[in-house]
Design a protein around this ligand. Sequence first.
Ligand code: NAD
Length: 261
Amino acid sequence: TLDLKDKICIITGAASGIGKAIAERYVAGGAKVAIADLKLAVAQATADELNAQGPGRAMAVEMNVTDEDQVNAGVKAVADKWGRIDVLVSNAGIQIVHPIEDFPFKDWKFLLSVHLDGGFLTSKAVIPYMKTQKSGSIIFMGSVHSKEASPLKSAYVTAKHGLLGLARVISKEGGKYGVRANVICPGFVKTPLVEKQIPEQAKDLGISEEEVVNDIMLGGTVDTEFTTVEDVAEVAYVFAAFPSNALTGQSLVVSHGWYMN
Ligand code: NAD
């Protein structure tokens, strides 16, 4: 059975979009969640919403995932409060779109840092707890772009491919300690990140916003629906709660068939 009752879960980027939906799903499954995000007040507002559903189920953590000291302090605060760390969802992410020849180097480095340094630093901080406990589940938020490319997204596609490698190494290093790592690869999900990106991409490509969506969704898909945050959260629940060490080193695409493995 899939059970998250009283499991201690840290979710980065949990004040918005997919991360917030995962936090809601985990709390509905009985877990306690740390809402880690850039601004404490915003994280606290999400934690307050969750605590209104079940007192003591959520705490807020101020964490820029690219800042090693903040990551370590945030993870320690969770472990000090709740005594263990069962699940990390490394979800914080950003999008920047430009053709390669116009991609500012500082934007490339910034995007890679949020996704890859963020995944590395948060994993590095939780793994010692998980190894001691002899159990733990790390989930990276990949993307269809962990498997497939789109124009203008050189940094994002590179970063999301990179997360597959990181998850596989953690699976190999963590296997004998019961530490699992997997990647969820969502398709297009309507969140603030995508609502900002579509107009920028339309402008760069000189086509309408509708054409951007159609181009992407119809490029081999069986369905033009947007995937929902709840779809992604349900998969995140399965990866977190899976009851044996068999499920590790994997990536699962959740995209209404936009991309098929
Ligand atoms: P979102 O913009 O709604 O939420 C992202 C959250 O991450 C925000 O709360 C933001 O404050 C936080 N964040 C950004 N930089 C951070 C940092 N340095 N440290 C800590 N927190 C930070 O976006 P979303 O669509 O929910 O995206 C969540 C994840 O899902 C991202 O990794 C994204 O790449 C991935 N994803 C999104 C889609 C989609 O279509 N929306 C598809 C595939 C994958």
